[in-house]
Ligand binder design. Structure first.
Ligand code: PLP
Length: 402
């Protein structure tokens, strides 16, 4: 199959034509229960009537004006994010990586504004993922993503997750910030220990450093809280969000306190597309639903239920499922080392369920936040089929070896 697309993805030979709620229909008519959500993006599922209405209504008015003019819908969305979080100010972007770029630049500029332009370094963590721009691949530190792209952007010092002594040992006079995902997504749903995040907060306060959270995947209700930091009772100074806030429309944001943002004065940063009226209308529509009373509580409730069902699945298939972890509807199933996660995801697909592989031999469950108990039950029934198929493959492999 030749394609004019740059071959940077090993695409699965499936194309979807339509979707509704958590269900997708492929061009051949086959239906899938989508527990990948386009990588935690389809927060309200597919064809949500409120999002459709916002898209059509704004689409008929105006899509784009540039940031040379006021954008009232953006001011409103920023105010709502500020009211619902630790932050005082917001910068809108088109993607997660751009939200991180803004966060990284802001942290550096804060130190510069305080008279310490030399304090540009950031501590980051093994297994992290912050995007694919030159700065964010350096921050993420994944060698596969850095290879062949020239010298990595300087200023990132990587240490193991949940290891406070390693953080302390990596501190230099030039260290000005710590960047961390409260729950690593691409890294395999690795959850930070609450005591670790609290210690990072203290360390930052003691040393005049900024604490930057990457909640591109964990934010906007995904974990059963609006933002994952609420699970820990630790507030960042700067936070990037994206994925879920657009419900499928490319939208990201960098949130910050006034203090942390003090270096970002007139002309220090910009974007042509970011925060355009169409994106802002859709972001507001997502928040209408996510902030409605009971919505996020329900994510926590269904997430817990799903996690319990997955724990039962682990009990039934101990040779396949090694561990279940995560919060809310950001869950990871770590598989036995003999069962490759990509093979398992293919077996789940055979059973009509979409899940997403991650590092550490994990498959991620990131379903639309609108699912209820029936979808959770159905997903686990389909995962059960994938487990049975994996057990059969393991048995066949053993036979060959014997
Ligand atoms: C997806 C992701 C990013 C990058 O977002 P893009 O929109 O792909 O640039 C950054 N950080 C985290 C935690 C992510 O999950």
């Amino acid at each position: 199959m030749t394609s004019p697309l740059l071959p940077t993805y090993a695409r699965i030979d499936l194309a979807f034509e339509r979707g509704e709620g958590a269900w997708l229909e492929a061009s051949g008519g086959q239906r899938f229960l989508d527990f990948g959500g386009g990588i935690a993006v389809a927060s309200l599922g597919y064809a949500h009537p409120h999002l459709l209405q916002a898209l059509v209504e704004q689409g008929q008015k105006i899509w784009h004006t540039s940031n040379l003019f006021r954008i009232p819908e953006g001011e409103r969305l920023a105010q709502r994010l500020v009211d619902a979080s630790f932050a005082d100010v917001v910068f809108f972007t088109n993607s997660g990586a751009e939200a991180l770029e803004c966060a990284i630049k802001m942290a550096r500029k804060y130190q510069a504004a305080n008279g310490h332009p030399d304090r540009f370094r950031m501590i980051t963590f093994e297994g992290a993922f912050h995007g694919r721009t030159l700065a964010t691949i350096a921050a993420g530190g994944n060698k596969k993503y850095l290879d062949g792209f020239g010298p990595p952007v300087d200023g990132f010092d990587q240490v193991p997750l949940n290891d406070l002594e390693a953080v302390k040992a990596a501190l230099r006079p030039e260290t000005g910030a710590i960047l961390i995902e409260p729950i690593q997504g691409e890294g395999g749903i690795k959850v930070c220990e609450p005591s670790f995040l609290r210690a990072l907060r203290e360390l930052c306060d003691e040393r005049g450093m900024l604490l930057v959270f990457d909640e591109v995947q964990s934010g906007v209700g995904r974990t059963g809280k609006l933002f994952a930091y609420e699970l820990y009772g630790v507030k960042p100074d700067i936070m990037s969000i994206a994925k879920g806030i657009g419900g499928g429309f490319p939208l990201g944001a960098c949130l910050a306190t006034t203090e942390a943002a003090k270096g970002m004065t007139l002309g220090t940063h910009g974007t042509t597309f970011g925060g355009n009226p169409l994106a802002m209308a859709i972001g507001n529509a997502v928040l209408d639903v996510v902030l409605a009373p009971g919505f996020i509580d329900n994510v926590g409730r269904i997430g817990l239920l799903l996690k319990q069902k997955l724990a039962a699945l682990q009990d039934q298939h101990p040779g396949v499922v090694a561990e279940v972890r995560g919060e809310g509807l950001m869950l990871g199933v770590r598989l036995n080392e003999k069962v490759a996660n990509s093979d398992f995801a293919a077996r789940a697909r055979e059973a009509g369920l979409l899940v997403i592989p991650a590092l550490d031999n994990v498959v991620r469950l990131l379903p639309p936040l609108v699912i209820g108990e029936p979808e959770a039950t159905e997903a686990v029934a389909r995962l059960d089929k994938a487990c049975v198929a994996s057990e059969a493959a393991l048995a066949a492999q053993k036979k060959v070896e014997a």
